[in-house]
Design a protein around this ligand. Sequence first.
Ligand code: PMP
Length: 355
Amino acid sequence: MKHNFGPGPCILPQEVFKQASQAVLNFNDTGLSILEISHRTPEFESVVDESVRLVKELLNVPEGYSIIFLQGGASLQFSMVPMNLLPDGKSAAYLDTGVWASKALKEAKIIGNVNVVASSKEANYTFIPKDFEVPADSAYFHTTSNNTIYGTEMYEFPKTSVPLVCDMSSDIFSRVINVADFGLIYAGAQKNIGPAGATLVIVKDELLDKSGRKLPSMLDYKVQVDGGSMYNTPPVFSIYVSMLNLRWLKSKGGVADIEKENIAKARALYEEIDRNPLFKGTCKVEDRSRMNVCFVMENPELEKPFLKFAEDRDIIGIKGHRSVGGFRASMYNALPITSVHTLIDAMQDFAEKHK
Ligand code: PMP
């Protein structure tokens, strides 16, 4: 068995892979593959309906929000958010906490005025800035709840009257959130939702159709909401497997239960990083991500040998992003705690060899 610590696309539950492969051959006993049916069939419409219901139930989405599945990845949301929510003459506030946050604000600047309220760039994004003001007349305030590359996570969001927009690509469904605090949440599917191809958007209805801008239909949230994720052909397979994965999450007790497991997994690995003299964490302790654990070695020359040592134990995907170096162990919902223990054992055995 491989221990897949990859940052995304990433591990999904084995049973989801089995069910998905069965549906490729024979979807719901229709005698047809999920890959060959029309998205307009009642069978597929019920897949979209159930996916939306599961999102609503698992995240406790209150009334007054719409849930849609789009394409173009989280990256297209970097543009769609300002196109739809930033009227001419207004300004949007952004918190710069990493590569994805800065890409989001770069795209927003193409559309309108952007005000970066704080940034941790000078410190190579090793912490989440906390001391900032969000101007009350901002059209919205954009944050990134989990910084996949740098391994920091926002555990608190500012209380503000300005609508909060959040890129939750890499920690959605890993922890309990209060959707009512947000105006819009988006997330690429390929971590805790399902396979790459779909992007989840949860948007407060009162924010729809307010930019005063004439938008291409595909880029207009209102059109997509009215079309019920079916304005055009949706990413059928990605939505189907996302539904299976959300069913799995529900069967595990939902987000509150998986959050406890995620806390236990993160605690175990960070404890080892802090204890083992060969390794050290890269981020401010209070901002450490539970999903992406970044660490380096005190002696960088040992990093390549450790990577090989880990690979020989079927531990894969832990090479750090080039902007941080070292290692990044991504521990999404489907990663079992046994894999975390396998990594910890490898760190301890390696340290024993290099005393
Ligand atoms: N935001 C975050 C936090 C991410 O981790 C990623 C991808 N890893 C993206 C945005 C970009 O997502 P996509 O590739 O779906 O455009």
